[in-house]
Design a protein around this ligand. Structure first.
Ligand code: HMH
Length: 209
């Protein structure tokens, strides 16, 4: 039996988890300026690891994607390379070390990102959409932000980034038009997992390790 799924349906089904992933005290702190710089730098150095690993996953998805999504995914991969260099630049400007140990929540996300590489394309493209869209919604919600954090909120809140997430959503919806029962369960589980991993990622700024 074939079934289907849509991104909208996933957002509705896991609305509570999605809200936690996109409305967090970290983001409130970005908005008000009450976030400690040391907390922000914890996020920064861990997100640098995230971006490096995510680009490898997107590279794997590019290798397998249907021709109709080739330009979209390649564009995304290109933007991630820019993001990795940008993280290095922002860290250098602020004397933030990118050589700190990887924290557990980041390591967990990294192993999840690796696991996506062997999933079917319909699961992969939904994951790419959810991972980018969660940041788009989260950072837009933190805009306008305090001056210290403006460049960061601007990156993922930008209209061009929003447009990219819309294109990913269209590609994901298209790819999820025919799913096996097993794939349907996988997209739902993966969507929820992404929301939980994102929440834990924000939480990291508040852990002492
Ligand atoms: C944790 N999620 C996390 N970091 C990011 N940079 C993105 C999503 C989007 O690129």
């Amino acid at each position: 039996m074939k079934t289907m799924a849509t991104c909208t349906e996933l957002l509705e089904k896991h609305a509570g988890a999605w809200e936690k992933a996109t409305q967090h005290r970290f983001l409130d702190g970005v908005k008000t300026g009450k976030l400690e710089l040391s907390q922000f730098y914890t996020w920064l150095s861990q997100d640098y690891y995230f971006a490096r690993e995510f680009s490898r996953t997107v590279g794997a998805v590019l290798a397998e994607c249907p021709d109709e999504d080739y330009e979209l995914i390649h564009g995304g991969l290109w933007a991630l390379w820019d993001e990795v260099l940008w993280f290095k630049e922002k860290a250098a400007e602020r004397n933030v070390s990118l050589g700190v140990p990887m924290q557990e929540a980041c390591a967990e996300y990294v192993s999840f990102l690796r696991s996506i590489r062997s999933e079917p394309y319909n699961v992969q493209i939904m994951c790419l959409w959810a991972i980018e869209y969660v940041y788009n919604v989260a950072w837009k919600g933190a805009t306008p932000s305090a001056p210290a954090f403006e460049t960061f909120a601007a990156r993922w809140g930008a209209d061009s980034f929003t447009e990219y997430t819309i294109q990913l959503r269209e590609a994901a919806d298209k790819s999820m038009r025919t799913l096996t029962e097993d794939e349907k369960k996988k997209v739902e589980d993966h969507f929820l997992k992404i929301a939980l991993l994102e929440t834990a990622f924000w939480d990291m700024a508040y852990s002492s390790s």
